[in-house]
Design a protein around this ligand. Structure first.
Ligand code: A2P
Length: 346
């Protein structure tokens, strides 16, 4: 008989949280019991799961008792606040926030790339940054054939990365601008409708924003390649839920385009989208709601004999966040790295 698990979603009402709920259902994750946790603001709300309306509970210290698996997507502060309680309760926490990603004791996992790293967990497994996951999915199959020496990436990031309220802000601002109004930004520091701006996460003294630093450091950790040269420019664009990225790769020898195309065509979790005649390539609208990262426009970099250029779009909420987290949970189950806790009787 298949084991089933007591699961909690921390941040269940958010953009990623509601997708987690959907994926647990559609992928038939063996759920014995599901707890939906959010802030006190959500008390009284319900969310649908397998035809039932489940109550959302404000998180408190007793919320994790008897829980086997916590899927957390409620921001870094909330993850930091509850991690010890979760681990002490004997649950495994798959954390979508950046709180523990660079902690040497916390595996940072993309199941298609470094599944074995998950075995080293001490109660917490981190889900990488969304832009990092999407880029790594396209670069890893090539890196396997010939180690990449340098990555230069520019992102075109949808508003979903800033949460459900940011998605609402894009809808409302767009409507307001079309009505001839000048909306005041609330979630973002600048207007996002009919605009774009460099990612607004905090800047370091070298001029890189946090999002760019995440892409650099996390890729090195996931690839186990601390010396990998990588630089990023992250930009927020008025797209609802899928990120796109222009990626330039440098290898130590020429990398034939046809070989790259063949490798990506058979890579798990990647879909090659290239119609050169129609000039049609990955687009965020096509990537939205899809599990695969769409990759295309693979071409020789004319400025470098060992360079390749590619373009990708991937659903930020799915593979960039919720899907990767659920795949980590599935990996734990498949490898028997997640044990159901004995439940109190009586
Ligand atoms: P709530 O809806 O009650 O505010 P998003 O990334 O889409 O903005 O979603 C963030 C998620 O994190 C929401 O489910 C939100 O719940 C939850 N959240 C935010 N702050 C806290 C907190 N202090 N404690 C628990 N959950 C939180």
């Amino acid at each position: 008989m298949q084991r089933s698990y007591r699961v909690a979603i921390l941040g269940a009402t958010g953009a990623v949280g509601t997708e987690l709920l959907d994926l647990l259902d559609s992928r038939n994750f063996p759920v014995a019991d599901l707890k939906l946790l959010a802030s006190a603001r959500s008390a009284g709300k319900t969310l649908p799961f397998k035809g039932e309306a489940l109550p959302v509970q404000p998180v408190d210290a007793s919320a994790f008792e008897g829980v086997d698996l916590v899927l957390a997507s409620a921001g870094s502060q909330t993850s930091k606040q509850w991690a010890k309680t979760i681990v002490a309760a004997g649950a495994v926490m798959v954390d979508n926030s950046s709180a523990f990603r660079m902690d040497p004791d916390v595996p940072l996992v993309i199941p298609e790339i470094n599944p074995d790293a998950a075995a080293q967990h001490h109660g917490i497994i981190a889900n990488p940054n969304c832009s990092t996951i999407l880029m790594n999915m396209a670069v890893w199959p090539l890196h396997q054939l010939q180690p990449v020496r340098r990555i230069i990436v520019a992102t075109y990031q949808s508003v979903s990365g800033a949460g459900a309220q940011a998605m609402q802000e894009l809808r409302e601002q767009t409507r307001a601008v079309l009505n001839g109004e000048t909306p005041t930004p609330k979630i973002f520091p600048h207007p996002i409708a009919f605009n774009l701006f460099p990612h607004n996460s905090s800047l370091n003294e070298q001029g890189y924003c946090e999002e760019e630093v995440k892409m650099i450091q996390e890729t090195r950790k996931i690839f186990a390649a601390p010396e990998l040269q990588i630089t990023a420019t992250c930009v927020r664009v008025p797209v609802l839920r899928a990120h796109s990225e222009a990626v330039n790769l440098e290898f130590s020898q020429p990398f034939p385009v046809e070989q790259a195309r063949a490798a990506l065509a058979q890579a798990p979790g990647v879909k090659l989208v290239e119609d050169w005649q129609a000039n049609a390539f990955p687009m965020p609208l096509d990537a939205s709601g899809q599990d695969d990262v769409l990759v295309g426009r693979i071409r020789q970099d004319l400025s470098h004999p060992c360079g390749l250029e590619l373009w990708l779009s991937g659903d930020q909420i799915r593979k960039g966040a919720a899907l990767n987290a659920v795949q980590i949970a599935e990996l734990l189950v498949a490898r028997q790295w997640l044990s159901p806790q004995p439940q109190a009787v009586g």
